[in-house]
Each structure stands twice: as C-alpha cells, then as structure tokens.
Write a protein that binds this ligand. Sequence first.
Ligand code: SF4
Length: 398
Amino acid sequence: MESRKLFVSFKMSEVCNLDCPYCYFFFNGDDSYKTNPARMSVETAERAGKFLAQGAQELGIPTVSVALHGGEPLMVGKKRFREIAETLMRTVSPHAELQMGVQTNGILLDEEWIRMFSELNISVGISIDGPKHVNDTVRYDKKRRGSYDRIVKAIELLKKSHQEGLIGEPGALAVILPGTSAREIYTHIVHELGLLKFDFMLPKDSWENYSPEMTDFIEKFSLELLECWLEDDDPKINVRSMKNVFAPFLTDFGVDMRINYIVDLTETITIRSNGDVSPDDSLPSISEEYRHTGCNVATSTLKEFYDRPLWSDLRSSVSTPPETCAKCEWLGYCGGGELITRYSKSRKFNNPTIYCSRNKALYRRVRQYLSDYMDLKDIDERTRRSNELAAAELVFEA
Ligand code: SF4
C-alpha cells in the first residue's frame, strides 16, 4: 500500500450523553460498545500511538489524520482527553505529520475545553441537524430533551474563540433527515448561526438495508443544497461535499486531490477503546469479519493488519469496479462511492454506490453550470483525463 494519508477514526469514548436514534455507532448491529471500555485508557492510547507511528514508517505514510471520536469524545473528561492527545503527539509526530480533529455534540463544551484544543492544535467540528424543530426531533438526550439550545450555546462559544484566534474555523456536521428542506437547514446553519464550514453526512446504508425512497429524497436534497451554495457564490462558505463535486472540474490539481482522496479513503481504519482495529467504522455493521478482525494495537502492526485476507478482498472488490462504474463518464470524480454504500451480500463491494443516481445528477448540474463560464470541450477533456487517471490509480497492488 502506498497511501498519502491514513485516516483514523479513534474511538476514545464508547458512550454518549445523547440518544439519537439514527446513530450508526450505537444502532448498527455492532454491539461491541457494550463490552468495550467506556473510555480509552492512556496505556491503550500509548500502544495505538506506537502502532500508528510504526505503520507510518513501515508503509511510508507521510500524514496521519486522527478523528477523535466516540460515542461522545468529551465524555472521557478533560484530564484523560489531554493525556490521550499528548500521548498521540509524542508517539506519532516524530514519524509522520499528525493532524487531530474532534467531532463533538457540544453538550459538555466550555472555555476550558477550547483552551485545550487551542493548545494542542485540535480542530473542532460540532454536530447539529438544523433549526430547533428539526434538530430536537432526533438529537435528544436519554430523557428525550432536545439538544438544540445547548448546541447553539456551544456554537456561540466556538465562534467567539475563533474570532479571538484561539481555534480555527469551527465546522458543523448534519445528518440528512427524511422530509427536511436542504434550503431551510442551509440557511439556518450558514446565515442564522454563522457557521461557514459545514457538511451533511449521507446515511451509511448498503444495498442490503437502503430505502429507494430515501435515496431519491437524498438526491433531491443534495441538488437543492448545491443550488443554495451556488446562489450564495461566496468562497468563504465551505460545504465540503459540494466542493468535492466542483473541484475536479476546475483544475488538474483538483482532479489529483479528488483521486488521492478516493484512494486514501479506501484504507481508513478504526481503533476502538480497547485497542481493537477494524476497517472504516461503517464496515463493522456488515459482518463479524469486519467487526472482530483479530487485530489489536497491542499485538499487531498496521502492516500485518493490511496483510489480512479481509483487505485483499476489499482491495480486489474496489479495483474491479462493476461494469456500470468502469464505463461511467464520472468514474474519476466519483470513484464508485463509499465502501459501505456499495455493499451487498451477494456481490460484496462489486456494486456502484446506492447514491449513484445522486452523484451523476450533481456532476451533470455542475457541468451545465460551468458551461456558462468555460468551454464545454475543455470541461469534458478534463473529465476524460480524470477517468484515465482513476482507472490506473484504483488498481491496488495484490
Ligand atoms: S456515478 Fe455511479 S456508475 Fe459512475 S462511478 Fe459513481 S457509482 Fe459508479
């Protein structure tokens, strides 16, 4: 494997102070959180840091991007959080560039947390699903109390801290909920709450459990979101998924970035609070094979983990896309989609993403939009070249 960036979903906490019914960590069929430690120990963090450092050295990975995740990561408490983050810095940083970000629901956030993030150079993302009447229907605590007011307080604190130069621009992440309006949620988050960096998370469904009505809805939602973003036409507003659709159309650099992102993401790993290692944290919901890989940071190396048969299966599934993808004019921009969304029991990952129609619709709309500013021949030539590059890059070594 020759990756440019290793993405790590780092489950420092396997408990949460909210009870959102759609949460893919707690309600995806993988119940390991019930027996795993609620909080990762510093000893496990030390082993995880050494595991990542050794892996980066052996596999020539220059950048390790760690998402400090849960459950709710702030539930580990300030002292433990600092110890874990400092342990990762001490063990990984001498061997690879270490990027750390925390994704929180904001309930516990206060000025002391922000000072720690500032000191340890940790970027912050907050989860919110829209205005109060949308957010509080799903993002509630165990007593069914909505979280909106508490989240907004945390957002105000994050914005103030950003203005004071303590932290970078805070990000927001929302889940797409059926029956909601992309325009209403976009307007609320960007223009009313003033969060300029945000994105929507697509449901991590597979061909086994997806709903055609929901994927149709998500296609319409995504197109509406794209229109809102285009209407604003403001480079300060950073909606990552929409930028990802746009960037490869504009420059060869954008094409390279997109393909690198697709390739790197195929080998994302998860480290659980007990040190167990599994592929991308949506995959354990599929089967026991991905839930309990037999690898732990205490007893395996990253190289040994990648040498497991499950990875050769994953790689060969990815490197032999189904005919629809191999012949698709958007292969270089899409790459076939996130692995979980390609999965079915009978064909494993040998399917296009369940969001294929959405992706095609977005690419078609961007092509049409750009044709007012660029020559269509140039647009299509870049798309063709990106397909050639992707076809070469997506073939993994055996
Ligand atoms: S748009 Fe659909 S067919 Fe094309 S590469 Fe993506 S998943 Fe495959």
